[in-house]
Structures are given as C-alpha cells and as structure tokens.
Design a protein around this ligand. Structure first.
Ligand code: AMP
Length: 548
C-alpha cells in the first residue's frame, strides 16, 4: 500500500530559500582575495544566487551541464554552490592545488562548460585554457575594475554579470535524484575519479550533519569554515549552515595561523572545521607569539577535525588554550564526508581528561544513515572488539555507488558495500579507529602495525613537527617501521631521544627500527602525506636491525 504523503523532492534550492526566509539577516562574513572583508547575509546571498542562475541561463547552461570553480572559501563560491545546483546544473569544484595536468584532465573528463575562478589563479587559467576544448567561457570572481590581464576568449567579470542580471528567478523543481555536484578524488595513484552527488544525497546528509548527535549545527552557531569549498563540498557545511541559519565565516585564501586566530576572535566563532595541518599552524602561531595572546574574548567551543587522523597533541591543545572540544570525524569524498563522528555517550560524562582524550583520538561512531563494517581478507565480518583490524566498508544513501563515467568499473563489492581502502577496528560502543590505508599498513612477522598510531605518538614529542611512518623491507620480519620526521626549527632531538619518548606510548614490538630526519614530507593536494612517494624515496634503505 502506498502512503499518502506529499512527494516534494529534496532539492538544494530549498535550503537557500529557507535560509533567506527564516534566517535572512544572519551574517555571512567573507575574506576576499584583495584582503578586504565583505559582510552580507543569507538574504543577500540568496538574491545573488538567483542573479547567478539567470546569468547561467543566459549563457545557455542546461540542466546537467557541469560548471566548474577554481576558488577559495568566499561568499561568491557559496553563491555558486546554490546558484549552479539550484538551477539544475552540476557544480564541479576543482582543487586548485592539484598539478595543472591533473586539472586539465579533470576539466576535460567532466566536460565542464564554464569555469569561475578567483584572480589568484589567473596564471593557472592561462596555462590550462588552451588545453580544455569544452570550456565556453571563464568568469573572474571580481569586479570589472579588478579584472586580471588574461588572454582567453569569452572572459567575464562576475560582478558585472550579476549587476546585469535580474534577482527574479523561480528555482525549478525536478527529481531529487538528479546530480547536483561533482568532486574528483585526489588519488595518489592513477587518474582522479569523479564522485557525483545528488540533491537527495546532499539534503539527507545535511539533515544528518545538523542533527544534535551529528555536527549539531544550529542558528546559534558562528562557524569558521576552514575546510576548502573545493574539498568534498566542504564536508557539507555550506548546506548545513543554510538549513539551520548559522553565521558563516569564510577565510578566503588566508588559512595561516594568524588569520585563523583573528577570525575566530573577531567573529566570535564557537565552531570550526579543518584538517590537522591547519590547526598545527594555528598553535604554531599561538605558541610562537612573543606576547601572550589574549584569548579571554574567544568563544570557540567545538572544533571538527578530519581528513587525516587528529593527533592527540591537537586535541589537548584545544582543551588547554580554549577549553574547546575536538570532534574527530572520518569520511571520504565517496561518503559525502563525515560518516563517523566523535561525539561522546552519556556514560562518558565526567571522565578525567586523559581518558576523554583516549576517546577523542578515535574516529567516532557511525551516524544514522551510514552503515559500517570491517571485513577480513575472505570477506567475513570481524568482531567489534576494538582490537581486530579489518577493511572498512560502508553503505548508505549518501555513499557513492559508482564513479562518474563508470571509471574504475564497479565501485561496490558483490554484496553492495563500498570498500573504503581504510583499515580499522570497531569497538563495542561502535567507535572506529582508523589504523591505516590498506596499502600503508606495515606487515611485520605476520602481524599488522598501524602507521597512524605511531605517527600520532611521535608528534607528541616537542621536537617533532610532522611525522610519517612507512614499512621498510626486512629479511627476518618482512617489514619493519621507519619513522620519518620533520623537526621543529627551534628544537633539537636525536633519534634515540624520540625512540625513548615512544617507548611507553606504544606496543613494545611496534617501536620503529630507525628514525630519519628530513626537511619536508611530500603532500597530496589535500594535505595528506604521500606515502607512495616516501616509500619510493626510501626504497633500498637498510634498517640497523637488518644488517648482515
Ligand atoms: P578524501 O576523499 O580526500 O577526503 O580522503 C579520504 C581518506 O582520508 C579516508 O579514506 C581516510 O584514509 C582519510 N581520513 C579522513 N578522515 C580521517 C580521520 N579522521 N582519521 C584518519 N584518516 C582519515
């Protein structure tokens, strides 16, 4: 028997309509590329998104056409989020930190029709334009007076276009399963693959993000969004902020410690999200400042950390400096980002801080809508005892079922699960602990060693700025861990000091067989350490425990 409820589709345009109607005067603060700060609100953002929809219609953009961005976190980029998807086209956010060849590949693969770019990326656009035959025009995200010198056909000023367009626009109503946005994974091997989100998957994920045991976002929050809008839809936060009418603070190109600190303070942000590297930068600034910084007016209470494992040191420092609680999340492009969220349970109330930190270094529990399971090599589910590692698989209405244009064949296994490529444990309460990417796990004497656990322990040493652990071939044990460290410029330590420090922090037989110091670690465009390149660099390295 069919129910008798209305069949209203879940559309992204509904989020911005709601924000404008019920939270119209809630602020949007945007740090622009020229260094100025622009203050507007959800009502103005909605009006400009409608003008943009009229511009796109005038360009001949059809439903399903891809419209690309190469842009920072600014109000204009958020307008594109709502204007492009709202009118039925597909917002294709491109990570400008990728190599130019990868950007060309991605734009051609997606056959994107227009590119909206921040003027910071003018040289990049000049380089890629001749190689992207599908692009019909480029729009610089600036006023006419700020137009860059760029020799491409059909170059427009965004503000000029908006000025010339009407703010009267009725968002079209269509099927909720239509594509809304497209993000490419920054694969460390092979070509990037496109994850194609729908209006339905996005709106459902947004409900989960706003839920109290999700990210718990509400109209009372002032959110500093450090996660880039070009990375997995900024973990869904632009949509969630519109759904609940939160104040949105957009840092533009300035994500260094000092500008993050100022924005948190000046905009009274109580909530923020970012990858660990950003927070390490913030604490470098705070701890390196000659004069003690006044944090008495800061309101920061909750900080979401994900993208890679949140080191315990970050969790402790947020508590120490701000009394703020770190919520670790785990997710990936294919899960629309946060899929497990590190909120605590009633039984954890009143835990001593050290015990609480033990829980916060875990990647959290599955939120409703995401099913997770760990499997052994034969595909059998493993116990949730917090000890046994297995391959983590996920399924749910906002988890990818395949890649754009069928790349990589079937994305799901025979039973409909999406294999994440991460290795994890799950404990009795459902807390996930990511121990590795499956290709990074170190196999020593038939047992597995978690590189992430070792790295997290190592960054707790005062002289360690960044650490990566890789497996090195060993004649007796197959593989043993090598710890590669970038030292803090102002601190000294010898390998033996670091090993002594680790001694009581990790399982004894996990202790790295050697420590080497390097000037820098290789990173992907999303800030993850490129283990593949590191393994390549240390290929043939002979550990001191493996000498003949
Ligand atoms: P991306 O698709 O670029 O967001 O990358 C997703 C991958 O980042 C995951 O498969 C994990 O390997 C890693 N990742 C994300 N969040 C975490 C976390 N909290 N702890 C450890 N690894 C993480």
């Amino acid at each position: 028997m069919h129910a008798l409820m209305q069949q209203r589709p879940l559309l992204i345009s509904g989020l911005i309509e709601h924000a404008a109607t019920y939270h119209g005067d809630r602020e949007i603060v945007s740090c622009q590329v020229d260094g100025s700060i622009l203050r507007s609100d959800w009502r103005q953002l909605h009006a400009r998104a409608k003008r943009l929809a009229n511009v796109l219609t005038g360009f001949g953009v059809q439903a399903g056409d891809r419209v690309a961005t190469l842009a920072w976190n600014t109000h204009r980029h958020v307008e594109l989020y709502f204007g492009v998807s709202g009118m039925g086209a597909v917002l294709h956010t491109v990570n400008p930190r990728l190599f130019a060849e990868q950007i060309v590949y991605i734009l051609n693969h997606a056959e994107s029709r227009y590119v909206f770019f921040d003027t910071t990326f003018t040289d990049l656009v000049a380089k890629i334009a001749p190689q992207c035959p599908h692009i019909k025009g480029f729009v610089a995200l600036c006023s006419r007076a700020q137009m860059p010198a760029l020799n491409v056909a059909r170059l427009y000023s965004y503000e000029d276009l908006l000025d010339g367009a009407s703010a009267e626009y009725a968002w079209p109503v269509f099927e909720e399963t239509r594509a809304s946005s497209l993000c490419y994974t920054s694969g460390t091997t092979g070509n990037p693959k496109g994850v194609l989100y729908s209006h339905r998957s996005t709106v459902l994920h947004t409900f989960a993000a706003c839920a109290a045991d999700g990210l718990g976002l509400s109209a009372n929050d002032s959110v500093l969004l450090v996660v880039p809008l070009f990375h997995v839809n900024a973990w869904g936060v632009p949509y969630a902020a519109a759904m609940c009418g939160a104040k949105l603070v957009l840092p533009g190109p300035g994500v260094g410690g000092e500008s993050i600190f100022r924005l948190l303070r000046d905009e009274a942000c109580n909530f923020s999200l970012g990858v660990p590297t950003v927070w390490l930068g913030l604490f470098d600034y705070i701890e390196g400042s000659a004069a003690k910084l006044d944090v008495s007016t800061m309101r920061l209470k909750r900080v979401v950390v994900g993208g890679s494992a949140a080191p315990r040191a970050i969790i402790e420092k947020f508590e120490k400096h701000f009394g703020a609680f770190v919520i670790q999340v785990w997710g990936m492009s294919e899960t629309s980002s946060p899929a497990t969220i590190g909120n605590l349970l009633p039984k954890h109330a009143g835990l001593p801080l050290e015990r609480r930190f033990d829980l916060q270094v875990l990647q959290g529990r599955a939120i409703y809508g995401v099913e997770i399971e760990i499997f052994d090599a034969d595909g059998s589910p493993l116990p949730h005892d917090g000890k046994v590692f297995g391959e983590l698989k996920v399924r749910g209405p906002w988890v990818a079922g395949g890649y754009y244009r069928g790349d990589d064949g079937a994305a799901l296994d025979d039973t409909g699960w999406f294999p994440t490529g991460d290795v994890a444990t799950i404990d009795r309460d459902g807390f996930v602990r990511i121990t590795d990417r499956s290709k990074d796990v170190i196999k020593s004497g038939g047992e597995w060693i978690s590189s992430i656990d070792l790295e997290n322990a190592a960054v707790g040493h005062e002289a360690v700025q960044e650490a990566a652990v890789i497996g090195i071939a060993h004649r007796r044990w197959q593989e043993r861990p090598l710890l590669v460290v970038v030292k803090r410029p102002d601190k000294e330590a010898a390998p033996a000091d670091i090993l002594a420090y680790l001694q009581d922090k990790i399982t004894k037989w996990w202790l790295p067989d050697d420590v080497v110091f390097v000037d820098a670690l290789p990173h992907t465009a999303t800030g993850k350490v490129q283990k593949l390149e590191l393994r390549e660099r240390f290929k043939g390295y002979r550990l001191p425990t493996d000498q003949s």
